[in-house]
Design a binder for this molecule. Sequence first.
Ligand SMILES: Nc1ncnc2c1ncn2[C@@H]1O[C@H](COP(=O)(O)OP(=O)(O)O)[C@@H](O)[C@H]1O
Ligand SMILES: [Mg+2]
Length: 333
Amino acid sequence: MARLRVAIAHGPDDAPPRPARAPRRKTDVEEITLVLRRAGHRTLSVVVDGAPTCLKRLASVDADLIFNLVEGFGDDNTKEPHVAAYYDLLGLRYTGSGLRGLSLAMDKALTKKVLAFHRVKTPKFATVFRGRLDWAHDIDFPVIVKPVREDGSIGIGFSALAGSIKELMERIDQLHADFNHPVLIEQYIDGREIYVGVIGNARAEAFPPVELDLSHLPKGTPRIASNEVKWQEGTRAYRGSKVRIPHDLPQDVAKTIQQAALTAFQALQLRDYARFDFRITPDNKVYLIEANPNPYLYSGAEFIKGARASGRTHPETILEIVELAQARYRLRG
Ligand SMILES: Nc1ncnc2c1ncn2[C@@H]1O[C@H](COP(=O)(O)OP(=O)(O)O)[C@@H](O)[C@H]1O
Ligand SMILES: [Mg+2]
């Protein structure tokens, strides 16, 4: 691979914290920087924090490729696609999905509508915005109620699960107060939580499925990857969360999940890499819950666990993403 100058663009939260006395684990940005440098590339870091200065900095950045880890603009996560659109306007090449894929996958309701056309099963749903109904299936309780355009389980606490009209109405009210976009009410799928990574473009490949084991959650707590599970370090829910390779998943079920991930990858016009979240019922019905373009690339992340199960190391996976992006632009000429 030719020696490149790679700008790693990331949000302010990913910036390395000030040196602490206690040893700390490397951030995804630090890990990726190290991988790229070891492979002989030159790197620089660009913090995209929502301030006008970061737009100026991007406009004058001197790089062959942007390694895009940006997930929003300022504190607005719905502006992730806008940042990619800005790269396009500047003529910058970047890793991962473009404006179209990021916009499609960001809207969970739109994603479900597109996937229905491609016969990828997703839970039944309704969407409502301040009293205006967009669409409603006939859904039974319990339901899960979430913001239509957020990520990282933002707005999905354990209370996202509603078992009655009262809980549903309270929850819709809360989400309308917290977020300025529609609320998605979805059939709750009781079952296993499975993630599948996809890498590639014309010849995309699905990694073996990985499972988030939620069995440690206290009795009476919904078995969901809520924000408590994902973010609250130190809580029992977080500490006990374990991602592993589910060796007991029947082969044909694993195949169905991987095929659904590949179909979704293409249908949603994603590029280079992505991760798909699934729930699998006890009788092995497969439901796609969500598409994640540009998933977390930290060495312990779910996507990387799947990559390892496919025979790739973490550095190989990072360098493959760079190569895939480069190849796309080479093809375009
Ligand atoms: N319909 C559903 N049935 C069961 N669990 C769900 C459903 N929707 C979401 N969840 C749970 O909530 C978690 C977060 O939901 P998701 O839609 O993936 O949001 P985010 O974009 O924040 O990751 C999922 O990983 C899953 O555990
Ligand atoms: Mg998710």
